[in-house]
Design a protein around this ligand. Structure first.
Ligand code: IMP
Ligand code: MG
Length: 179
């Protein structure tokens, strides 16, 4: 697996430091409020696990599974909800946790459907952001790192369902993507 890596963009230490910073900010912003953290699976799994353990206020968690890419590396613009939330979010402060925002289509759609359920507030936290690729106007409240327009893997993020267990964030060798 590691032989397929071309370049490490963010190593384990850098990620841990960033996660701690984000959690500190979230802790301050939500102190005294109830907070529900919603992870968008599967990509946000590892990030969310690390993030919530650094947030120092009581919170609840829930998950959604959505799919916008299928097996390809390009957003289709069509978002499918494969697993919905287990709990009602009416009157709740929602923080959506995502791995990476590319075109923004997935989150714009998700935010829209969640807002219809009358939560108190909806904010977005994404570990990675590729602003150059944005196709819709989307406010992202907490961002870990901005990344160049390259296809990224690791720390929960996949290429064709692989490489999620790389402990760092990386770009793969060209020949791996073209296989
Ligand atoms: P968007 O709808 O175009 O913003 O795409 C968001 C989703 O596409 C993310 O949740 C990821 O699952 C996936 N994605 C976007 N960019 C990458 C990437 O560079 N590597 C792996 N998955 C990506
Ligand atoms: Mg995803």
């Amino acid at each position: 697996m590691k032989n397929d890596v071309k370049e490490i963009l963010f190593n384990e230490e850098e990620i841990a430091k960033k996660v701690k910073e984000l959690a500190k900010k979230i802790t301050e912003d939500y102190r005294g409020k109830d907070l529900t953290v919603i992870g968008i699976l599967k990509g946000s799994n590892i990030f969310m696990g690390d993030l919530i353990r650094k947030i120092d206020i009581p919170l609840q968690i829930d998950f959604m599974v959505v799919s916008s890419y299928g097996q390809s590396t390009e957003s289709s613009g069509i978002v499918r909800v494969i697993k919905d939330l287990d709990y009602s979010i009416e009157g709740k402060n929602i923080l959506i946790v995502e791995d990476i925002i590319d075109t923004g289509l997935t989150l714009a759609y998700l935010k829209e459907i969640l807002l219809k359920r009358k939560p108190q507030s909806v904010k977005i936290c994404s570990l990675l952001d590729k602003p150059a690729r944005r196709r819709v106007d989307l406010e992202v409240d907490y961002i870990g790192f901005e990344t160049p327009d390259e296809f990224i893997v690791g720390y929960g993020i996949d290429y064709s369902e692989k490489y999620r267990n790389l402990p760092y964030i990386a770009v793969l060798k060209d020949e791996v993507y073209n296989k």
